[in-house]
Design a protein around this ligand. Structure first.
Ligand SMILES: *[C@@H]1O[C@H](CO)[C@@H](O)[C@H](O)[C@H]1NC(C)=O
Length: 212
């Protein structure tokens, strides 16, 4: 019997001033956090994730204007990571992307980092500021690799997280679809969701190894 780790903390939460790896789980709603500011809109320490992945945007905010560009950027980042682990590339799925988009629309008012009840794998990201990009989300998920031990298949103790990372490198996931949304009230931030099919994160299985 394979146990599907869906409802556990696949939550991700970062404060906009911190550009190094996270943060903590989310015991409160993001909206209740004090607003912090970075000079000039971007912290000097915020890593350029698109550059890290070698992704070149048409212009700085193109992913907000074109679904094709949004998909391209999510795909590029995911498949950069998959390649690192010699895994087959994920394919973009409009069905999954539409699911993510519809689900985020349900969160438009409250902007809460809560999972949907889909039968997909699901990675979510919340940011206080509105400048977070597809590459940023995937970058922070990818960095969870530092907390994952491939020998024991265990994650470092909380508040460390690994499930976003293990979902990205789940060998048997073949399709991904994502959405990005600025929530209704600017102060409550933005959300990003990616759906994966078939889902990953089955307990005690090696993400990189095909399961029959
Ligand atoms: C980027 O391109 C889009 C679509 O052409 C345009 O709407 C937007 O204003 C541009 N943004 C910048 C920062 O140039």
């Amino acid at each position: 019997m394979r146990t599907f780790l869906f409802s556990i903390v696949l939550l991700f939460f970062i404060s906009s001033v911190i550009s190094t790896v996270p943060a903590h789980e989310t015991p409160t709603t993001p909206a209740t956090l004090p607003a912090k500011r970075t000079k000039g809109g971007h912290g000097r320490r915020r890593r350029n994730a698109a550059k890290f992945f070698g992704f070149v945007r048409v212009n700085r905010t193109m992913y907000l204007h074109s679904e094709t560009e949004l998909a391209k950027e999510f795909m590029h980042a995911h498949n950069w990571v998959r390649k690192e682990y010699k895994l087959p590339a994920l394919e973009w799925s409009e069905t999954l992307a539409n699911f993510a988009k519809k689900y985020l629309q349900e969160r438009y008012e409250d902007c809460k980092l809560v999972h949907s009840s889909a039968n997909y794998g699901e990675n979510m990201f919340w940011g206080k500021k509105l400048h977070w990009t597809p590459s940023d989300a995937v970058y922070y998920w990818y960095k969870e690799k530092d907390s994952f031990d491939f020998n024991t298949l265990k994650c470092a103790p909380p508040p460390k997280l690994c499930e976003h990372f293990t979902q990205i490198v789940w060998r048997d996931s073949s399709h991904v679809g994502c959405a990005l949304q600025h929530c209704k009230n600017v102060g409550t931030g933005m959300l990003i969701a990616c759906e994966y099919d078939p889902p990953g994160n089955f307990v005690n299985e090696n993400p990189l190894v095909h399961t029959t």
